[in-house]
Design a protein around this ligand. Structure first.
Ligand code: ADP
Ligand code: X2W
Length: 299
């Protein structure tokens, strides 16, 4: 992990704190949804620093809501159990044995690890998934993919993969604004009470949209949206983002992420930021400093 210079001079330290005031005022009592991806949480020290930063935000008057992923962690558990996993259009094809593991890993071990780290840092986190309080109900997803060999389009049955259909914020409304920090696993309820595996970005977008969050932050493994010369784009409108998808500048996993950003903005989220979750204190840099971090997408 990169070492960062911490000012040792008390006057410098005080100056850094003083500069945060206008930002703290801007986000006072604001709901900020932070999507914490599986790749960003690999390193324990980084995960503990992330948890500390979330507690700091709560102490500063922000209402953070954490939505976590866990793709790599699900993958390693499936490998340990000898279950093969395939993807279509970036989504894990989830059969019955797989959905059991997905729920175990996301709503179990990962969720409780993040809750534990936040609580160890002095916070009061509560771990939930979309099934709790019927928070996120999903419907089954199918995707059409083009076979690279034959160029024939095929409809792929993704099994227990869902997309959010309804978000009921009753439980979150009771928690937000108190000292309790919700930590949400992207597992949703089916109408029959069963389980759907939901892509964590999609889940975060749906929750942020329903909460009309002031900010939705996506912590990923790149500094933000990069242009063709790999330079960071600091700000993007929805129209710019659509143009960059159309001309191929935005590709791969960044396409669904940016599409989720557009969805969340259209649902009433004020601004969405894509930033590097592996950069120390990325969340604080974005919310509480003049420079900010990553790419801000706005309407
Ligand atoms: N224009 C772009 N700017 C930044 N990353 C891009 C761009 N186009 C494609 N990508 C790819 O998107 C990836 C991020 O998406 P993804 O791997 O799905 O993230 P996560 O696992 O954090 O959800 C980057 O690592 C990068 O390889
Ligand atoms: C349907 C689907 O693909 N679900 C994802 C859920 C976890 C996720 O999205 O985690 P990251 O944010 O770390 O990628 C999966 O099974 O991997």
């Amino acid at each position: 992990m990169a070492e960062i210079a911490v000012p040792t001079d008390p006057q410098m330290q005080a100056r850094v704190l003083a500069q945060a005031l206008p930002h703290m005022q801007r986000y006072d009592d604001a709901t900020v949804v932070v999507k914490y991806g599986g790749h960003a949480m690999g390193d324990e020290q980084l995960a503990r620093e992330f948890a500390r930063d979330i507690v700091l935000l709560e102490q500063a008057g922000v209402n953070p809501v954490v939505v976590h992923g866990g793709g790599p962690q699900i993958q390693s558990m499936l490998t340990r159990l000898g279950i093969e996993s395939k993807f279509a259009a970036g989504l894990r094809i989830t059969d019955a044995p797989t959905v059991e593991i997905v729920e175990m890993v996301l709503a179990g071990s990962i969720n409780k690890q993040i809750v534990g780290f936040i609580n160890a840092a002095g916070g009061k986190a509560i771990g939930l998934c979309g099934k709790d309080g019927n928070m996120v109900t999903a419907r089954k997803v199918t995707r059409t993919v083009v076979d690279p060999d034959s160029a024939i389009e095929q409809v792929v049955d993704l099994g227990f993969v869902g997309e959010p259909e309804r978000v009921d914020t009753t439980v979150l409304d009771r928690i937000i604004g108190t000292e309790i920090i919700p930590v949400l696993a992207p597992v949703a309820a089916a109408a029959n009470g069963g389980t759907f595996n939901v892509n964590a970005d999609t889940f975060a977008g749906a929750v942020a949209g329903a909460l009309k969050a002031k900010r939705l932050l996506f912590l990923t493994d790149v500094p933000g949206v990069l242009d063709k010369s790999k330079r960071l784009i600091k700000e993007l409108s929805v129209a710019d983002a659509r143009r960059l998808i159309a001309d191929g500048t935005i590709s791969g996993g960044m396409i669904p992420k940016v599409e989720t950003c557009i969805f969340a903005l259209e649902k009433g989220v004020e601004g969405v930021v894509i930033l590097d979750g592996k950069a120390p204190h990325a969340v604080l840099m974005e919310l509480l400093t003049d420079a900010g971090a990553g790419t801000l997408l706005h309407r």
